[in-house]
Design a protein around this ligand. Structure first.
Ligand code: MN
Length: 209
C-alpha cells in the first residue's frame, strides 16, 4: 500500500456545527479512503507509485495513457482531499496581517470582496468539483479558479482548465455537504469561513514563492 489515508489531525466532530461529524467521518473514512484504495490498485507494482501524489498529478500529461484516467480521478481525489483536510481548523482562524493578506487586498481589493468572489465561484460550479484560490505561476497574482470532478490546478490548463499553486481549496461535491445542508450549497460555502485555517493558507502562500 503506497498511498495512505492521512490522519485528520482533529476529531470528526471538531468542526461542528459548521461541518458536521457524520459528514466528516463518511467523507474522510469512506470517500477519501476509496480514492486511496483505487489509486493503489491502479498503480500496484508500478514505478509511478514512488511519486508523491502531488508530483503524480502534476505530471499527468506524461504518464502512460492507460494510467491517466485513474491518476486523474483517484490520484486527484487523494491529493485534493489531503489538501482540503489540512486547510481546516477547529474554531477556524483569522487572516492575520502578512504577505497573504497583502496579496489578497492587492489582487481582490479587500478580503471581503475576495470572499464574495470565492463564494460565487464555488456556488456556480455545475455538478461536482472544487473551488480554489491559487497563486499563478511565475510569481503571478492570486486567482480564483474552479475545477470539475477531482481535477486539480496542479494538473494544468490543458487537463484541468485551471492552473496555479493551490492556497485554498473547497470541495463542493454533494457528498461534502448534503447530509447537513441538503441542497443549500451556498450555506455550506459560507460555513467554510468558520473552519478555514488561514495560517495554513499563509504557509502555502510563503511556499509558493
Ligand atoms: Mn470530497
Amino acid at each position: 500500500m503506497t498511498y495512505q489515508l492521512p490522519a485528520l489531525g482533529y476529531a470528526y466532530d471538531a468542526l461542528e456545527p459548521h461541518f458536521d461529524a457524520e459528514t466528516m467521518e463518511i467523507h474522510h473514512s469512506r470517500h477519501h479512503q476509496t480514492y486511496v484504495n483505487n489509486l493503489n490498485a491502479a498503480l500496484e507494482g508500478h514505478k509511478l507509485s514512488t511519486l508523491s501524489v502531488d508530483d503524480l498529478i502534476t505530471q499527468l500529461d506524461s504518464v502512460p495513457a492507460d494510467k491517466q484516467k485513474a491518476i486523474r480521478n483517484q490520484g486527484g481525489g487523494h491529493a485534493n482531499h489531503s489538501f482540503f483536510w489540512k486547510g481546516l481548523k477547529p474554531g477556524g482562524s483569522t487572516l492575520q496581517p502578512g504577505a497573504l493578506r497583502t496579496a489578497i487586498e492587492k489582487d481582490f481589493s479587500s478580503v471581503e470582496i475576495f470572499k464574495q468572489q470565492f463564494e460565487k465561484a464555488a456556488t456556480t460550479v455545475f455538478g461536482s468539483g472544487w473551488a480554489w484560490l491559487v497563486k499563478q505561476e511565475g510569481g503571478g497574482a492570486l486567482k480564483i479558479v474552479t475545477t470539475a470532478n477531482q481535477d486539480s490546478p496542479l494538473m494544468g490548463e490543458a487537463v484541468a482548465g485551471a492552473s496555479g499553486f493551490p492556497i485554498l481549496g473547497l470541495d463542493v461535491w454533494e457528498h461534502a455537504y448534503y447530509l447537513k445542508y441538503r441542497n443549500k450549497r451556498p450555506d455550506y460555502i459560507k460555513a467554510f469561513w468558520s473552519v478555514v485555517d488561514w495560517d495554513e493558507a499563509s504557509r502555502r502562500f510563503e511556499e509558493s514563492k
